[in-house]
Design a protein around this ligand. Structure first.
Ligand code: GDD
Length: 318
């Protein structure tokens, strides 16, 4: 079976490639942009096939689909950092929506019986009221960032291409996920990297933070990508599934958990530039629909995930 991962050089993409390589008879292909950084997949380079492709170029995308002829596509490539979407809303919308459109159109024109997973996001739920938690897939979508809007568009485009053309598209709404290789701008990684730098004496024992009041539902990335795999094994085309842990933690508690893993005495300082024009107050997912369909449930505890991530940074900062 040939699988194609868009965004294979990214955080989730690299973990999905690892997961796929551990399955029987799977050949892994991944799209990369010119001059993409390969750090996350350095250890996999002799086992995977990389194809250069700008997903915003419909001709290039079509060529990749025609030459690789994948049986499964995992579409993970996206501008995925919420704050970037405030500064560059046009780029975020264009990138996230048009890349997916190009994939759907290429698959349609090549007449490939390919299964496609679309990485949607819990950010689509946006403004969620306490009585709506844990959030089910049927909850209204009230995105609070251009990124959230781009993911709603990706999500609905997936619905529409399945409904209109019968493409085998399964949508997954992943809640926050983290673990080793997480980009350093995201909260878990950012805090762990700062702590690792403090431990090495590379910065003063002061950790910079943003909004500590938000609540998020974290899954280990290794559990999340197993979910992506199962979505195409057992998911119903046209359906959408939450992938979540079912537990929400305040960012303040997450910070305390990270600080408790270090023997340093660290003070906390709010950095105003880390605050957002609006921040989703609570994301707490109900993953029972996905569990019923695929048997998936989270297996790795947040404590282990955070410990692995902190150790990842301890090995890297110098
Ligand atoms: N990045 C960051 N840095 N976030 C901080 C900080 C900080 O110093 N301090 C507090 N936060 C808060 C943010 O305001 C937000 O409420 C929460 O920590 C999580 O922020 P991020 O890690 O940047 O993730 P996100 O929730 O905005 O989005 C992530 O999850 C989505 C799924 O819900 C991303 O991975 C998205 O791509 C993903 O779709």
């Amino acid at each position: 079976m040939k699988i194609l991962i868009t965004g294979i050089t990214g955080f989730a993409g690299s973990h999905l490639a690892e997961y796929a390589l551990n399955q029987q008879d799977v050949e892994v292909f991944g799209t990369v942009r010119v001059r993409s950084k390969l750090d996350n997949i350095e250890h996999l380079l002799d086992k995977i096939n990389l194809v250069e492709c700008n997903l915003l170029d419909p001709f290039a995308v079509r060529k990749v689909i025609e030459t690789v002829r994948p049986d499964r596509i995992f579409h993970l490539a996206a501008q995925s950092f919420v704050p970037t979407s405030w500064g560059a809303p046009e780029e975020t919308l264009q990138n996230n929506i048009l890349s997916e459109l190009n994939i759907f159109e290429a698959v349609r024109s090549c007449n490939n019986p390919v299964k496609i997973q679309i990485a949607c996001s819990s950010e689509e739920y946006g403004m969620v009221y306490p009585e709506e938690t844990p959030i089910k897939e049927k909850n209204p979508l009230r995105p609070l960032s251009p990124y959230g809007v781009s993911k709603v568009a990706q999500d609905l485009l997936g619905y529409q291409y399945q409904a209109s053309y019968g493409l085998h598209i399964v949508r997954t709404r992943a809640f926050n996920h983290t673990g080793p290789r997480r980009g350093e701008m995201f909260v878990t990684s950012n805090f762990c990297k700062q702590v690792a730098e403090i431990e090495k004496g590379l910065r003063k024992p002061v950790i910079k933070v943003g909004n500590l009041e938000a609540k998020r539902d974290f899954t280990d990335v290794r559990d999340t990508v197993r979910g992506y795999w199962l979505a195409l094994e057992y998911g119903v085309p046209g359906e959408v599934y939450n992938i979540a842990s079912g537990i929400a933690i305040k960012i303040k508690e997450l910070l305390d958990m990270i600080l408790a893993l270090s023997n340093q005495k660290i003070t906390v300082e709010v950095d105003e530039s880390r605050l957002r024009p609006s921040d989703v107050p609570i994301l707490l997912g109900d993953y029972s629909k996905f569990n019923k369909q695929t048997g998936w449930k989270p297996e790795i505890s947040l404590k282990k995930t955070i410990t692995d991530l902190l150790n990842y940074w301890r090995d890297r900062v110098c």
